[in-house]
Design a binder for this molecule. Structure first.
Ligand code: GDP
Length: 394
């Protein structure tokens, strides 16, 4: 019987989901991405080397694990090509273990072009990877899905969609289709493409890997400063075509503080010394864009919401090590976004200090879910599991 555990970001993305997935992936037959595109950059360490994955699921470093790029994703063939070449340079042969949902949609060069010619993304702070326009075409029912590459007139379809958008912005020079794009399409033709619901039913243990975070969900997030897809549990069902009964654990990932990239509300944002501490010790710079992340205290009001709407069963806490050495830490417990109310807790020097344990207990009490996993650093081995999720004991 199909069982799907889910790793979801509970904040504004960059919670360390890739790291958490990498830490537990060897318990699963499949790791599947269900939404988003190459705006997500999941940072992992493979044999001490830093690797950022944009399209390939974070299970790729486990040789037994199959990786699915699900139907809910928008896929850039050029980015995938580059990423697979990068993985080959690390000595992996990833192609045999990558499967692509045939209903995933393609990001074409015209989608990246649109980000530059139309001013819409500016105020939202998009990553300009063509993701928003690709989803917009998908919902306008003129997008091209992965299955379209099998059709004899695929090239004509690409040209027609491109011409449609070029006609909207006639003052701009036309879109360029490089050889790399067509190489990317050739790569997709060689990879295994699957009907997601059928293919997944061959497995019992699947891990669904979220991108971005709950507060960036197109419906549930801080609209309009959101991403173009469902980053919440709803996205797993639609993006992988799995029934709700298949879902087992819902692991919510949160940092021990909060960050946000780009514009939009951020009630617990701080400036000054502590913010700089978090930015430098936490290396809070976007893995896709290189942008410095805005930093702030942990926001339990936002987390309570994220836990509730996703039905989170337990938490994975990351980056508490970044707070080591601060005399005290604050957490927002109440109050409106404009006037957050904080509790001040004693800081910790190491993650074995009783005050860190107190911090964990405080979070558990406030959110009503156990802290199951604690990430103690960026590498796979920096990982502690405190309590065992219910299904593992039954
Ligand atoms: P994701 O998109 O949610 O996977 O997160 P990103 O990869 O964008 O950002 C998380 C960053 O934090 C990466 O650079 C990770 O290597 C790093 N990281 C993850 N967990 C920890 C942790 O527990 N401690 C520290 N210091 N860094 C971590």
């Amino acid at each position: 019987m199909l069982r799907v555990d889910v790793v979801l970001g509970l904040q504004w993305g960059d919670e360390g989901k890739g790291k958490v997935v990498d830490a537990i992936a060897d318990r699963y037959a499949v790791v599947a991405r269900f939404q988003g595109g190459p705006n997500a950059g999941h940072t992992l360490y493979h044999k001490g080397q830093k690797v950022v994955l944009h399209q390939v699921p974070s299970g790729i470093f486990h040789p037994e694990v199959l990786c699915l790029i699900g139907d809910g994703v928008v896929l850039d063939p050029e980015v995938l090509l580059e990423e697979i070449e990068g993985l080959r340079r690390l000595g992996l042969s990833p192609e045999a273990r990558i499967f692509i949902g045939e209903r995933a949609h393609l990001i074409l060069p015209v989608h990246r072009w649109l980000e530059n010619v139309s001013p819409e993304g500016e105020k939202i702070g998009t990553t300009k990877r063509g993701i928003g326009p690709a989803y917009a075409d998908r919902y306008a029912r003129r997008g091209l899905c992965v299955k379209a590459i099998e059709e004899a007139d695929f090239e004509r379809q690409v040209k027609a969609l491109t011409a449609y958008h070029e006609a909207r912005f006639p003052k701009h020079s036309p879109v360029k289709y490089s050889d790399t794009f067509w190489e990317g399409i050739a790569l997709l033709r060689n990879l295994k493409r699957v009907a997601t619901h059928e293919w997944l039913s061959n497995f019992s243990e699947v891990l669904a890997e979220g991108s971005q975070g709950t507060m960036l969900d197109i419906f549930a997030g801080t609209y309009p400063y959101v991403t173009s897809s469902h980053t919440t549990i709803a996205g797993v069902l639609s993006g992988l075509s799995v029934p709700p009964q298949a879902i087992r654990e819902i692991y919510g990932v949160t940092k021990a503080y909060t960050t946000r990239v780009g514009e939009g509300p951020f009630p617990t944002e701080i400036e000054g010394e502590v913010a700089e501490w978090l930015q430098s010790r936490g290396q809070e710079r976007g893995s896709t864009t290189g942008r410095l992340r805005r930093c702030g205290w942990l926001d339990l009001v936002a987390l309570r919401y994220a836990v509730k709407i996703n039905g989170v069963t337990c938490l994975a806490l990351t980056k508490a090590d970044v707070l080591c050495g601060l005399p005290e830490v604050k957490v927002r417990i109440d109050g409106p976004d404009t006037a957050p109310v904080y509790s001040t807790l004693p800081g910790w020097h190491s993650l074995t200090d009783p005050s860190f344990n107190h911090f964990l207990q405080f979070i558990e009490q406030e959110l009503g879910v156990p802290v199951w996993g604690i990430s103690t650093g960026p590498e796979r081995r920096d990982w502690i599991e405190r309590s065992i999720p219910a299904h593992k004991t039954s």
